[in-house]
Ligand binder design. Structure first.
Ligand SMILES: [Zn+2]
Length: 284
């Protein structure tokens, strides 16, 4: 089962990624990690990537995709992978589709962990730092005894640039600008599940498992995983939003014809049956 996980900074995506990797026994494929590994091993591709990074340039898609392809050839990916932070652009997504198709695989589900921007800003911003001793505080989570000064040395606390709400908002909007088109690409394939990223880590986890179509151990009647009402991305501009037909989160998981037991890949997608035929029958 090939999964991709998307979520803005502060969405808790990393925690959920760790869980999914363990739960399904599939490796996480992050291009950042792939680059680091290749550079460390001083491979040709690694050296090429390094020259771009040294110049502060983006590594071209051709190199990124070459790395992903090599990763997907490794035996531990036979049961699938969890893509994290990739694909980053529609062009990459299109190329990944082709690559998977040639391998007799497909993107089975794309999970988008949604959290309202205001909640994200609350999670990411607001930390106060003592410029003298470096202790940090948070007005809500770990407030200093006196509003504006360090408990330890009485120095006036400051908010660092990175911790300002405006900075957090900017990071979130850059992320969404970059990511929404990629999600739109996958929405056309009806594989996107919008998951409400609010509530506890366990609640979010349950929603993700349900969207993937895997029964979990959660007691029946537990809060309905469907993306909670009112969860909307404040930062989304017109046209960037989620089509009404796809709101309600896991809904497209349950579209008749899309639903299938986990691990069984549909064979009627007109995909090439060539190289990957072997893999197809293996399931999880
Ligand atoms: Zn201090």
């Amino acid at each position: 089962m090939n999964l991709a996980l998307f979520g803005p900074p502060g969405s808790g995506k990393g925690t959920q990624a760790n869980f999914l990797v363990q739960h399904f026994g599939i490796p996480q494929v992050s291009t950042g990690d792939l680059f680091r590994a290749e550079i460390k091993a001083q491979t040709d591709v690694g050296r090429k990537a390094q020259t771009y990074m040294d110049r502060g340039d983006l590594v071209p898609d051709s190199i990124t995709l070459q790395l992903v392809r090599r990763r997907l050839d490794a035996p531990d990916t036979e049961r699938g992978v969890l893509f994290d932070g990739f694909p980053r652009t529609v062009a990459q997504a299109t190329e990944l589709d082709k690559m998977l198709q040639v391998m007799g695989r497909r993107m089975d589900r794309v999970i988008f962990v949604q959290v309202p921007t205001d909640v994200l800003v609350d999670r990411l911003a607001g930390r106060l730092t003592c410029p003298k001793c470096g202790r940090t505080y948070h007005p809500k989570l770990a407030p200093p005894q006196l509003d504006t000064v360090c408990d330890h040395d009485g120095t006036a606390l400051i908010m660092r640039e990175d911790d300002r709400p405006e900075t957090a908002r900017k990071r979130i909007s850059v992320y969404l600008e970059q990511t929404l088109p990629v999600l739109a690409h996958y929405r056309q394939q009806h594989v996107v599940s919008d998951i409400a990223g609010t509530g506890s880590i366990e609640e979010v986890r349950e929603r993700i498992l349900r969207a993937i179509g895997v029964p979990s151990a959660a007691p029946a009647g537990m809060s309905t995983g469907g993306p909670a009402a009112g969860v909307r991305l404040a930062g989304e501009g017109p046209g960037g939003g989620i089509p009404p037909s796809e709101q309600g989160g896991a809904s497209d998981t349950e579209t008749p014809g899309q639903r299938r037991p986990p691990g069984i890949r549909p064979s009627d997608h007109g995909r090439s049956q060539g190289a990957g035929h072997r893999r197809r029958v293996r399931g999880r």
